[in-house]
Design a protein around this ligand. Structure first.
Ligand SMILES: Nc1ncnc2c1ncn2[C@@H]1O[C@H](COP(=O)(O)OP(=O)(O)OP(=O)(O)O)[C@@H](O)[C@H]1O
Length: 344
């Protein structure tokens, strides 16, 4: 549904040129939810804005539903953009128009003037996004989540095949983020609309995306299914985004007791990261039975993404030094990432 071929974007500012996108290649299939994750300044906004040519790529092709967007005239582009809805971090609603008026505007811009059609369509859309009772409210009287729902209704007004989401939940609290992500997933399933979203939060990717790309300094350094990324991150950056969504801290009283040298009756404190390959095996029972090493779990976080279970665990191990060495080797051989934090 969306193909990006060798996209480069260079911003020219007087003597300074910023190479914001470097040779981006991407293929998003119909009905997929594709997330692009990256840190601030990595090129996410530039990338998503190239899809509907709000930013014109310096080189390369953007093909949406078989149409090469980069070769269209202005008139053709306006028409083609009706196939591509977009929502933004700060909603971009017109404060002078009611909820109804904001959604209707998208239809008016598409030269639809039949009032009864507009009323029927806007009513359907507001029902779809859960705002059936807010027709006459103004944006100033809505919560952030409600504003984003209006923006979603507006984006869907022209029955687009693609929805672009530019940090759509970054301005929302966690509970509202969940409700908006649930709505986006529901819309994706019900309307079979293809969604491209950009985010700096792995949580967003984890919750609704099928596929994910990692962008760093204008380059797409890794892409694949969410399950693949969580089970075998290839880059440090992908690993650090995963960690940011599942990491756990050492409790304070353990931090106080933690020393870097073994002490009498002390136990090694380990941080164990489990991914798809390691998480389903009873590895801690195995090290108890075969290596006589017992685990005292201090804290743990397990989660699912793309059907893959993964997680992180802090545990102190006890056993003789031979047993500990072979148990740690055994865990590593079974794809558990081990960090030896010290002794407690
Ligand atoms: N209009 C512009 N003119 C010049 N440079 C720009 C322009 N827009 C973006 N850039 C530069 O391009 C690079 C990528 O910016 P972009 O906004 O796409 O990153 P981002 O990943 O969306 O960041 P953030 O998450 O902070 O919004 C940055 O170095 C930025 O300074």
């Amino acid at each position: 549904m969306i193909t990006l071929k060798n996209i480069n974007k260079i911003y020219q500012q007087k003597n300074l040129s910023v190479h914001a996108l470097k040779d981006i290649n991407l293929e998003i299939k119909k009905g997929e939810i594709f997330g692009v994750i990256g840190s601030s300044g990595a090129g996410k906004s530039t990338l998503i804005r190239c899809v509907n040519i709000l930013e014109k790529p310096s080189s390369g092709d953007v093909i949406v539903d078989g149409v090469n967007m980069t070769t269209l005239s202005n008139q053709e582009l306006i028409k083609q953009r009706r196939q591509i809805g977009m929502i933004f971090q700060h909603f971009n609603l017109l404060s002078s128009r009611t909820v109804f008026g904001n959604v209707a505007l998208a239809l008016e811009f598409s030269n639809i003037s039949d009032k009864s059609f507009i009323k029927k369509r806007v009513t359907e859309l507001l029902e779809l996004v859960g705002l059936a009772d807010k027709h006459n409210s103004y944006p100033a009287n809505l919560s952030g989540g409600q504003k984003q729902r209006v923006a979603i209704a507006r984006a869907l007004a022209t029955e687009p095949k693609v929805l672009l989401c530019d940090e759509a939940t970054s301005a929302l609290d966690p509970a509202t983020t969940t409700s908006i992500l649930t709505l986006l997933k529901d819309i994706n399933r019900r309307l079979n609309i293809t969604i491209l979203l950009i985010t700096h939060e792995m949580d967003v990717v984890k919750r609704i995306c099928d596929k994910v790309g990692v962008i760093s300094q204008g380059q797409l350094i890794e892409q694949g299914s969410v399950a693949e990324l969580f089970s075998h991150p290839k880059t440090e950056l992908a690993q650090s985004f995963i960690n940011s969504s599942i990491d756990i801290e050492i409790p304070e009283d353990y931090q106080i007791r933690l020393s870097q040298t073994p002490k009498d009756n002390g136990h090694p404190l380990l941080k164990m990261t489990f991914t798809g390959k390691s998480v389903d095996a009873p590895l801690l029972s195995e090290i108890a039975q075969s290596h006589q090493v017992l685990s005292n779990i201090i804290s743990a976080k397990m989660d699912y993404a793309g059907g893959v279970k993964f997680g992180v665990m802090l545990a102190e191990l006890s056993g003789n030094s031979e047993g500990l060495t072979s148990a740690i080797r055994f865990l590593r051989e079974n794809h558990v990432k081990i960090e030896e934090l010290g002794y407690v």
